[in-house]
Design a binder for this molecule. Structure first.
Ligand SMILES: [Ca+2]
Length: 139
């Protein structure tokens, strides 16, 4: 019974971490990333939607962290990935919360590379060249 209660409480805690479109959109706009390399704020919101469903605790694979599913091989330090580079110079745990300021600094670093947002398959498949109006409006 006690364990069951703990499970329920942690499920509630996890779900309360989930972000929504407008929170992500506001964070992207505040970051100043919109317009960089021709990507709009909607590109980043669309990426977060398809990468994680706006859930910072999402783990599509063991090496991906945060709302933008950032790789622990290249970008953040999870303390266990062999050969990790930590090019964003942050712990991966910093990507698993509701504060997107550091996430977006890391996203900016990733987008700075020649591939830009093509670094993310969820963006390439679902957002690239698409009408992203619904990710930029309604807030
Ligand atoms: Ca964060």
């Amino acid at each position: 019974m006690k364990i069951f209660l703990v499970l329920i409480l942690s499920a509630i805690a996890a779900s309360s971490l989930a972000l929504d479109k407008c929170t992500v959109l506001r964070a992207v706009k505040d970051s100043g990333l919109g317009g960089y390399k021709g990507y709009t704020a909607g590109d980043y919101v669309c990426l977060a939607y398809y990468a994680s469903g706006y859930n910072p605790l999402s783990h599509n694979s063991p090496g991906l962290f945060g709302a933008f599913q950032i790789s622990s091989y290249w970008w953040c330090d999870d303390g266990i990935t062999p050969g990790r580079k930590n090019l964003c110079n942050i712990p991966c745990s910093a990507l698993q919360n509701n504060n997107l300021v550091d996430d977006l600094q890391c996203v900016s670093r990733i987008v700075h590379d020649p591939n830009g947002l093509n670094a993310w398959d969820p963006w390439k498949v679902n957002c690239k060249g698409k009408d992203l109006t619904r990710f930029e409006t309604g807030c």
